[in-house]
Design a protein around this ligand. Structure first.
Ligand code: HEM
Length: 397
């Protein structure tokens, strides 16, 4: 064992760096990433351990893939590991979107947000009852008493961030949860009973009902454990060099925290690959605040997703409405085991190194179209999705 570890260590240029695969000139380890980098890194970490060092092109990169290692790092070096690579910082304060990567989208987005800002500034505009996000940003921008100042460009950057970081992640969570429910009829029954009991004849699930859904919340957590939409979180970068368990971690090392490996780590979770919402049931202990190192779909330490509450609200509300309104089942002859649960590359714009990769999504969404409404016996899975997603839209507006 010791010898094996020694051999692995020797594969790195300097033995004081954490273990990792040998890298090639120029490309480093890029050739080992494949179509689904989070899965390739997960496999590699089985070989090299939960603190793995590699090079993506010339970029020194650290992959952290166990709760224990995350604990070790973030208890001691939270600040050092809280920066983002420079490629995220070009545009706005929060930016996770390297807009230069997607020129056509970026310019379309630019025009769109120009129009939004223009409309909000129009003195003839009908004043809505509540200020929207753009109104608030424009108000703060003009207020001389505010300590911060920012340009229209930065407002556009913030709106882009929210759009990019918020939409695909939330819908992927909803879709994975639906898929798991279809494969687990007893969980589906429990969730449906809970929602229908709480809402009983009201006709619609409302935001105020959400606090009463204990089982439904555990479903969403379990889905995020197994299928985190940002399986490597969003890349961090070390501010300065530091030592982790005696290994050197250089300054400006890119850091991927493998939320996916951590969520399926058998040391932290019993039957880690099984969908068992009960593990979270009534457990107020395991939360999204980044302090439960075995469960990190939204954040770790001081830096994390500012949209967590909104995301949970959107997903829970959509899911509850879908459970309230529909009995879901697959068409005759199609078995739950036949559903394709493979992940596929999906453009969710979370940036992985120098290319856009990848929140994980179910490979073939064909089954969504085939979902049958038990009341009218017609396949209208798409309508169901629309209903859920309309919930998103209404709330986002
Ligand atoms: C299920 C839905 C979502 C998931 C799983 C998710 C997950 C994440 C993760 C893992 C990060 C990086 C955290 C880290 O490095 O520690 C992040 C960052 C971010 N998220 Fe989310 N997110 C979701 C929804 C949203 C929504 C709805 C919004 C806003 C409307 C949003 C806005 C952002 C922004 C702006 C950042 C960058 C923050 C920074 O760089 O400091 N996210 N998200």
């Amino acid at each position: 064992m010791l010898l094996k570890k020694k051999k692995k260590e020797e594969e790195n240029v300097s033995s004081s760096l954490p273990p990792g695969p040998r890298n090639l000139p120029l490309i480093g380890n890029l050739h080992q990433l494949g179509d689904l980098p989070h899965q390739s890194l997960h496999r590699l970490s089985h070989e090299y351990g939960p603190l793995m060092f590699l090079k993506l092109g010339s970029v020194p990169t650290l992959v952290v893939s166990s709760a224990d290692m995350v604990r070790e790092i973030f208890r001691k070096h939270d600040r050092v590991f809280s920066d983002r690579p420079i490629l995220y910082a070009g545009r706005s304060s929060l930016t996770i979107a390297p807009t230069w990567l997607l020129p056509p989208m970026a310019s379309t987005g630019e025009k769109f947000y120009d129009k939004v800002i223009e409309e909000n500034l129009d003195p003839m505009r009908h004043k809505p009852m509540h200020e929207d996000l753009v109104d608030i940003l424009l108000r703060v921008q003009k207020d001389p008493s505010q300590a911060i100042s920012f340009s229209n460009e930065q407002i556009k950057g913030v709106l882009t961030d929210m759009f990019i970081a918020g939409t695909d992640t939330s819908s992927a969570t909803l879709v994975w949860t639906m898929a798991e429910l279809i494969r687990n009829p007893s969980a589906m029954n429990k969730a449906q009973n809970e929602v229908r009991k709480v809402v009983k004849g009201k006709g619609n699930v409302e935001e105020s009902d959400l606090t009463r859904f204990v089982y439904l919340k555990s479903l969403v957590k379990e889905s995020l454990r197994l299928h985190p939409p940002a399986p490597l979180l969003v890349p961090r970068e070390t501010i300065e060099s530091c030592k982790v368990l005696g290994y050197d971690v250089p300054a400006q090392t890119r850091v991927f925290i493998s939320a996916m490996s951590i969520g399926r780590d058998p040391k932290s979770w019993e039957n880690p690959n099984e969908f068992q919402p009960e593990r979270f049931f009534n457990s107020g202990d395991i939360e999204f605040k980044g302090q439960n190192f075995e469960f990190l779909p939204f954040r770790i330490g001081r830096r994390g997703c500012p949209g967590t509450s909104l995301a949970l609200l959107l997903v829970e509300l959509a899911l509850a409405n879908l459970l309230y309104w529909f009995d879901w089942r697959l068409p005759e002859g199609m078995r739950a085991e036949d559903m394709n649960m493979e992940e596929a590359f999906a453009l969710a714009f979370l940036c992985f190194g120098n290319s856009t990769k990848s929140t994980s999504k179910i490979k073939e969404m064909g089954w969504v179209d085939k979902l049958v409404c038990a009341k009218c016996e017609l396949p209208h899975g798409r309508d169901m999705m629309d209903l859920g997603l309309r919930g998103f839209k209404v709330d986002m507006e």
